[in-house]
Design a protein around this ligand. Structure first.
Ligand code: 3HC
Ligand code: NAI
Length: 689
């Protein structure tokens, strides 16, 4: 008996209770006593049945992810499951909370699974760049059929207890005292008598597999893998479950798991798992949280509407404030339209739509914001307007309310200074569309109070956002690095690349799209207006805009778009324009290789990240990775720019930056001193890549 695993005999039913907070991961100190307990109970005549259950908030949430990449300590989960399958008396997993990964695999080793009605069950290993390595790919298809299992394993998305019951994954769903129900269920099974068939021997559902349908589904899923190895390995393993004898399929799963767990992609995805959880933690003493029940949003435009929806989706009553009744109605009807689209697509029920719309209230009067606990400003990006808004807000908001700005670039210290309560002011930089995009940069101004910051970081999780605390600078972490990434774009074109070549280098790297496609999607006029306001120019992009080529919305930009299509087609007029501009500037054009495109765009991205770390604008390198993966589509299999720098090699990045710095003299290529240090140590200030 250990403190992590306790066994009790409840009138002939042995209850094996796992207790390893916070999520009952199957760490070595759980596996060892669990194996011993089960081995002893197998031969214990006083136990007529066995129930495996968990203390705390959840059933086993999986293997202990911190153990991956370290030497394996026996017994492994596979050995525990194999032992379970040698037990003749009924074994029952009683599942509450989440049975994930190795947790579900443990349950699959039992004869029966019973679940609390709020439980969720799934195999999310793919999200860590892995496949289920404890027999999940061979046992799950035997219970739910190959196609259902394939969908669950490749998506990694858990299913509800009731869906699991329908699918055949659980035998009973209970509402109430799950442990008591589990014991009763086990006793009934023991009384009914065996033999009890282990999952490994249940082949009926597998035999029903329709090979052509399976192949079609597998091909569809493989298409979406976008360079990630794990989804493909998951497909292979489930196919093995159909085509190979059980033990051979199990051995093949093991081999695939070992390959993935030691690979860079899984290392990158595990890094991101912990990075996301770390990013929301505010350094220093854990302060009290402020109460947030009502939220106000000023400005019902693109961002204000999306932010309001994000809060309503999280169950918060929202008051939207605009300058005129007309602007307010425009904003509210856009919100209504968005929800109607969700209903028509089947992603939202009619009942949920009505319930969410009921949370909105509109106003044109600042006095209506008086009882809000948090007010977020999303008005025009203009310092004078923002200051005026914060001045009015200061006059009406209740003491202790948190006042936030969604500014993309402006100085949050200056905005805070326009109030008499700078300690309550911070930035909440959402990304567009704000009800969909997961990233939230929380901007800590000089005087922001720690409890305001901690409150917003916690709140972000409640509305499904991944929060990263950042400091004040132009563009914060994300947009500032984006400028560095894009600084060479036009030079690459003038020197010989085409927009499609640059974009292809990006998509081959794993980005969902390249910078020129992205520009066309967002609208080239936005950057043009910004440049004009700041007295800047871009030789090619400015001319495109002067020609009315704003991107997808005008049917042409860097590319051409057939009417109604979003498919970019290379445009010879653009290539001609680039050649003419290059000639006028006396730039000789040459072939530009994909490697060069990556060096001149992504190495400056890493370099700017290093500067941001140096300046303390980000607290950890892993925070920068979280920003880039969740806000800008950096490929998850590469772990974010700062993790990728480790894969690429710091020394190489410095050497190439120096090369380009010497050739062009441009400051973005001048290696930051922290990057030089990284090249020597392989670590960003304690964050080991
Ligand atoms: N191993 C180690 N630590 C884990 C862990 C795991 N499997 N799951 C969660 N943790 C840690 C988190 O890092 C966090 O630590 P912190 O407090 O120090 O930051 C703490 O537990 C709490 O986690 P969350 O903040 O995520 O808690 P939530 O309540 O929001 O979510 C959860 C709970 C849904 C279980 C979520 O933690 C989760 O999704 N965990 C991962 C599940 C998973 O991927 N399982 C598969 C693992 S791989 C596997 O099983 C391989 C097998 O096939 C061989
Ligand atoms: P928008 O132009 O779509 O909406 C601004 C809204 O604010 C308009 O409806 C306008 O009527 C209203 N407004 C203006 N002055 C006001 C005032 N004094 N009081 C109340 N309402 C007022 O602009 P958008 O794109 O929503 O941007 C808003 C803010 O969000 C800006 O600071 C922008 O930099 C930032 N942002 C924008 C992103 C984007 O992708 N559009 C992404 C992240 C941040």
């Amino acid at each position: 008996m250990s403190s992590s695993v306790n066994v009790a005999n409840e009138n002939g039913v042995a209850v094996v209770m796992i207790d390893n907070p916070p999520v009952n991961a199957l760490s070595f100190h759980v596996r060892e006593p669990l194996y011993e307990a089960l081995a002893a109970l197998r031969d214990d005549a006083t136990a007529k049945a066995i129930v495996i259950a968990c203390a705390g908030r959840t059933f086993v949430a999986g293997a202990d992810i911190t153990e991956f990449g370290k030497p394996v300590q026996q017994p492994e989960l596979r050995a525990i499951v194999a032992l379970l399958e040698t037990i003749a008396k009924p074994t029952v997993a009683a599942i509450h909370g989440t049975a994930l990964g190795g947790g579900l695999e443990l349950a699959l080793g039992c004869h029966f699974r019973v679940a609390d009605q709020g439980a969720k069950l799934g195999l999310p290993e793919v999200k860590l760049g892995l496949l289920p390595g404890g027999g999940g790919t061979v046992r799950l298809p035997r219970l739910v059929g190959a196609t259902k299992a394939l969908g669950m394993i490749v998506s990694g998305t858990p299913i509800s207890a009731s869906e699991a019951k329908t699918a055949g994954l659980v035998d009973a769903v209970f509402d109430g005292d799950l442990l008591a129900e589990g014991i009763r269920f086990a006793r009934e099974m023991a009384a009914a008598g065996g033999p009890f068939t282990p999952v490994r021997e249940r082949n009926g559902r597998l035999a029903e597999t329709e090979p052509a349908a399976f192949d079609r589904q597998a091909a569809e899923l493989a298409k979406k893998a976008r360079g990630l190895e794990a989804p493909l390995a998951c497909i292979e393993a489930v196919r093995n479950a159909i085509t190979l004898p059980f033990d051979e399929a199990l051995a093949a799963e093991r081999q695939l798991f070992l390959k993935l767990v030691s690979g860079d992609q899984s290392r990158a995805q595990r890094h991101l798992f912990f990075a996301e959880r770390e990013a929301a933690k505010v350094p220093g003493k854990d302060p009290q949280r402020r109460k947030i029940a009502r939220v106000g949003i000023i400005g019902a435009g693109t961002m204000g509407g999306g932010i309001a929806m994000a809060f309503a989706n999280g169950g918060f009553p929202v008051i939207l404030l605009e300058t005129s009744e007309e602007a307010l109605q425009r904003g509210l009807s856009m919100i209504e339209k968005n929800y109607a689209v969700s209903v028509s697509r089947g992603s939202l029920s009619e009942e949920a739509r009505q319930q969410r719309l009921g949370l909105f209230k509109g106003s044109t009067d600042y006095a209506d914001l008086a009882d809000c606990d948090l007010v977020i400003e999303a008005v025009f990006e203009d310092m004078a307007v923002k200051k005026q808004v914060f001045g009015k807000l200061d006059a009406v908001a209740r003491p202790g309310a948190i006042l936030a700005t969604n500014t993309s670039y402006l100085d949050v210290n200056e905005i805070a200074a326009s109030t008499a309560r700078p300690q309550d002011v911070l930035g909440m930089h959402f990304f567009s569309p704000a009800n969909v995009m997961k990233l939230l940069e929380i901007v800590r101004a000089e005087q922001t109070a720690p409890d305001a910051l901690a409150t917003v970081a916690e709140l972000a999780r409640r509305i499904g956002k991944v929060a990263v605390v950042v400091g004040v600078c132009h563009g914060f972490v994300g947009n500032r690095m984006l400028s560095a990434r894009g600084a060479e774009n036009e030079f690459l074109l003038l020197e010989g690349a085409t927009p499609s070549q640059v974009d292809k280098a990006f998509t081959d790297f794993g980005w969902p799209m390249g910078p020129f496609q992205m520009g066309d999607l967002a609208g080239l006029d936005i950057g043009w207006r910004n440049r004009k306001a700041r007295g800047l120019t871009a030789v090619v992009a400015d001319t495109l805009c002067e020609q009315g080529r704003f991107g997808q919305k005008t049917g042409s930009g860097w590319y051409r778009y057939e009417s109604g299509s979003r498919e970019p087609a290379a445009d010879s007029d653009v290539e001609e324009l680039i050649r003419a501009k290059a000639a006028a500037l006396g730039i000789a054009r040459r072939e530009i290789a994909a490697d060069e495109i990556i060096e001149r765009t992504l190495y400056p991205l890493v370099n700017e990240g290093a500067r941001i770390l140096e300046e303390g604008v980000a607290a950890r390198a892993s925070d920068i990775d979280v920003v880039w993966v969740n806000g800008y589509g950096f490929p998850i299999g590469k772990g974010g720019p700062m993790f990728w720098a480790g894969l690429e090699g710091g020394a190489r990045i410095v050497e190439r930056l120096e090369h380009w710095h010497e050739r062009t003299g441009r400051p973005i290529f001048e290696p930051a001193s922290l990057l030089r240090r990284f090249a020597e140590t392989g670590s960003w200030e304690g964050v080991d890549c």
